[in-house]
Design a protein around this ligand. Structure first.
Ligand code: SAH
Ligand code: SF4
Ligand code: F3S
Length: 445
């Protein structure tokens, strides 16, 4: 069979899709990137904002024509939107064959076989069974790979649908993560990205209270991963600010493979809004944590997520967010316009900020960000940076790209020893606005 998988949403979904594809490949099926040639179309969906759902529904709706031409085609919707809407989706989209929620994705090969044998329709949305190890299969190895170390989320930020569609937070055992990491490295992976909605809460048994200063199972995991020979870099996303205690900050600064870049979601710089969002920190405590982290690792870079237009966000609240973002000096940021999610707590509040105000605030933060990034890149001119070589540049086949541990992209002309997944030094010659250009230095002997 030819299987087409399209993924929406976050890296957790990308990882689930990778594992799902590997399950199909393992039974001899072929993964294809063209929906027209496929026998099975799978859409792994996201519910985080209304736009994410509309995008997936639009695409899936469009597949009706293909199904008319190819009646044997099987179409399945998986993941977060599948979990949220369940059999409502079957009613809404008559050409859909099945729906598998976030806890049932691993059943896709079985369900497809069943539906090929006898045509029917089904929707499964039971939570992830405890006895099943989280989808651990990997696709074809490259120099980078991802490991989901937790599933679900217990934090219930008031705007967020994730705890409802991904279920309770569960951490995998350290042993199974280390085995997975070792086997990835054996297959050539050099950089591992650890994934979870709240990664730094790894191993805390779903307790949302940040642990004592000397306790961090996440720090222990990083230290163990740091010892794997052949692994060059460790990244992680997303941590919640309150879990960066002394134990974790010490581990981050002592583990040489852990990259000096943190994606640290802020959401808002106004304490009133943070409280209404059920975020358990203040603008002041966030800034203090950033200062502690910077004191331990001066070259640390930060990225963040911010929501504009949360119900009741005044101009003053917004200006606090703007000021705090400039104060931290985020090197990257993802700005989202608030979108009420039915079922999440904040959906009970009036979506009071007009769309044009959300858009205006969004654009102001994006303009600030652009200016900050280009100023920051200018400061790197003339410096020598270490990059992990990624491969040929997407934009110019004569150039290759690499990425610094601090997450800046650098373009350079390759030499004959250039290989993806190796560390090389580059002397930065100029900034291209969003990325850097430089001269590859000869390999260290
Ligand atoms: N677990 C991650 C976030 C996952 S969702 C974390 O807490 O770090 C990714 C981002 O989407 C969030 O950080 C938030 O900025 C944004 N988001 C979530 N729900 C949203 C909503 N209802 N409207 C707009 N943006 C939202
Ligand atoms: Fe959503 Fe908050 Fe959990 Fe992140 S921590 S997934 S924003 S509820
Ligand atoms: Fe979207 Fe689900 Fe991720 S809602 S952001 S795909 S956890």
């Amino acid at each position: 069979m030819k299987i087409f998988i399209k993924t929406y949403g976050c890296q957790m979904n990308e990882r689930d899709s990778e594992a799902l594809g590997a399950l199909f490949s393992a039974q001899g099926d072929e993964l294809v990137s063209d929906e027209k040639s496929a026998d099975v179309l799978l859409f792994n969906t996201c519910s985080v904002r209304d736009a994410a759902e509309r995008k997936a529904k639009g695409k899936i709706g469009f597949m009706r024509k293909l199904k008319k031409e190819k009646p044997h085609l099987i179409i399945g919707v998986l993941g977060c939107m599948a979990q949220r809407l369940g059999d409502e989706l079957l009613a809404e989209l008559p050409h859909l064959d099945f729906v598998l929620g976030t806890g049932q994705i691993h059943k896709a090969p079985e369900v497809v076989a069943q539906l090929r044998a006898e045509r029917s329709r089904l929707a499964l949305t039971e939570p992830f069974p405890e006895e099943v190890e989280m989808l651990g299969a990997h696709g074809e190895s490259s120099w980078s790979g991802q490991i989901a170390i937790t599933r679900g989320c217990n934090r219930f930020c008031s705007y967020c649908i994730v705890p409802y569609v991904r279920g309770r937070e569960v951490s995998r055992s350290q042993e199974s993560i280390l085995l997975e990491a070792q086997s990835m490295v054996d297959n050539g992976v050099r950089e591992i990205l650890l994934l979870g909605q709240n990664v730094a809460a790894y191993g805390l048994n779903g307790d949302i209270r940040p642990p004592a200063d000397d306790h961090s199972p996440f720090a222990e995991l990083l230290e163990k991963l740091n010892e794997i020979p052949g692994l060059l870099r460790i990244r992680y996303t997303s941590p919640y600010v309150s879990y960066f205690n002394k134990r974790l900050i010490d581990a981050l600064s002592s583990c040489s493979k852990v990259c000096h870049n943190i994606h640290l979601p802020l959401q808002s710089g106004s304490n009133t809004i943070l409280k209404a969002m059920n975020r358990q920190y203040t603008a002041e405590s966030y800034l203090e944590k950033v200062a502690q982290l910077r004191a331990a690792m001066p070259d640390l870079t930060f990225s963040t997520d911010v929501i504009v237009g949360f119900p009741g966000e005044t101009e003053e609240d917004f200006l606090r967010t703007r000021a705090l973002m400039n104060e931290v000096g985020f090197e990257q940021a993802f700005i989202f316009k608030y979108s009420p999610r039915p079922g999440a707590k904040s959906a009970e509040l009036e979506d009071s900020i007009p769309e044009e105000v959300k858009l205006e605030r969004n654009n102001i933060l994006l303009d600030d960000l652009k200016a900050r990034i280009s100023a920051k890149l200018e400061t790197l001119k003339g410096s020598v940076v270490e990059v992990l070589v990624e491969g040929v540049s997407n934009r110019n086949a004569a150039r290759w790209t690499g990425r610094t541990g601090t997450n800046f992209v650098v373009h350079f002309e390759p030499d004959e020893n250039c290989t993806p997944g190796t560390l090389r030094k580059v002397e930065v010659s100029r900034s291209g606005g969003v990325s850097l250009f430089g001269r590859l230095l000869p390999e260290d002997k």
